[in-house]
Design a protein around this ligand. Structure first.
Ligand code: ADP
Ligand code: MG
Length: 332
């Protein structure tokens, strides 16, 4: 409950900015939305509910003066990305918003960004909380997944091929641009900033990987770190072939190969999926590649052992410059 909302009552505020964000879908699973003490979701008997919650605090996860339209899109995309990583279908989300004051310009931009992203991912906003304090966003996403078939981190098997969606390192390069560490031309800048501020959660491909992949994770902290979570949880080792890492044309033009690889391996915030596929399912995977017109690249192999190792084209182990490791949206 927000006590000081200036001219707007709390109820006006919720009605104006946070009602009717329905994701552009007539969802059969949302039985009751914003306005009562609770929202109600219905789940078919053969489905499980997948839940994930993330808090973004101003000054820590985003700059205080971040553009609210982009901030809302990014906040929802990174939350929905957790559903994508498990193969869950987005169902609904809730929003706990803490703001220092009622700034209608900010709220207007934030609400428009949220509506846009909700429609992109077909996920309605079904409730939340509004309070006064330092600017903080907490989003909880709810998804559904066929019972027993969810994609976990702990089920990779030796022999699996390691794959990633899209291209890696763009968000790390974008952060370098934002922080004036990297000079770019107008078009390159636009591409990189769009990759950073409005990452695309890979929800469709995530669901399509059910029954094909053995394990999956979304890349929020960098491929090495996130693949490390799969390796640890599955009690296996991962070997990445650096020559196979998918780099965008922009990154290849902008920086030398070693820097590009450092971005791709250690840069966070890309929100692509990393997953492992048994050999016998690779043909099915190839078909998906066409269906989603999204690049899927084989980047390595799961073997017995522990940890993540990176090798060059000749198979020689490579040292990675972790000193360059940096990303803005720390997931702690
Ligand atoms: P209560 O005091 O019963 O928790 P609130 O006054 O906090 O109710 O909220 C009233 C209604 O508005 C509830 O349905 C709640 O889910 C919804 N709501 C409040 N804040 C938000 C928000 N930021 N976004 C979406 N829905 C919200
Ligand atoms: Mg409340």
């Amino acid at each position: 409950m927000m006590s000081n909302t200036g001219q707007l009552t709390e109820f006006d505020l919720i009605a104006r900015y946070f009602s009717g964000i329905d994701g552009g879908v007539q969802s059969s699973s949302v039985a009751l939305s914003v306005g009562d003490d609770c929202a109600l979701l219905s789940l078919p008997a053969d489905q499980q509910l997948a839940l994930s919650i993330d808090t973004l605090a101003s000054g820590r996860h985003f700059p205080e003066d971040a553009n609210p339209y982009q901030l809302a899109q990014r906040a929802l995309a990174v939350s929905v990305s957790d559903l994508a990583a498990m193969g869950a279908k987005p169902m609904a989300f809730t929003l706990a918003l803490t703001m220092p004051s009622v700034d209608t310009n900010w709220l207007d931009g934030f609400s428009r960004g949220l509506r846009f992203a909700a429609e992109q991912y077909k996920i309605p906003l079904i409730g939340g909380d509004t309070t006064q304090g330092p600017l903080t966003l907490t989003l909880q996403v709810h998804g559904s997944v066929p019972a027993g078939s969810v994609l976990k981190r702990s089920t990779a098997q030796p022999g699996d091929v390691i794959c990633v969606t899209g291209t890696l390192g763009d968000a790390a390069a974008a952060l370098a641009v934002i922080e004036d560490r990297l000079a770019v031309d107008g078009q390159q800048r636009e591409y990189l900033l769009q990759r950073f501020y409005t990452p695309a959660a890979r929800v469709d491909i995530g669901q399509a990987l059910l029954g094909i992949a053995n394990a999956a994770i979304d890349i929020s902290d960098g491929l090495l770190a996130d693949l490390g979570h799969i390796a640890k949880a599955s009690n296996v080792a991962a070997i990445i072939n650096a020559d196979q890492l998918p780099l965008s044309a922009v990154i290849s033009q902008l920086v030398e190969k070693p820097q590009a690889l450092t971005y791709a391996l250690t840069g966070g915030d890309d929100y692509e999926l990393c997953f492992t596929v048994p050999q016998e399912n690779l043909a099915q995977l190839k078909a998906l590649d066409q269906q989603f017109s999204l690049r899927i690249t084989e980047v390595g192999t799961i073997v017995p052992g522990c940890g993540v190792q990176c090798v060059d084209g000749e198979g020689n182990p490579m040292a990675i410059d972790l000193a360059g490791y940096q990303h803005f949206n720390h997931s702690e």
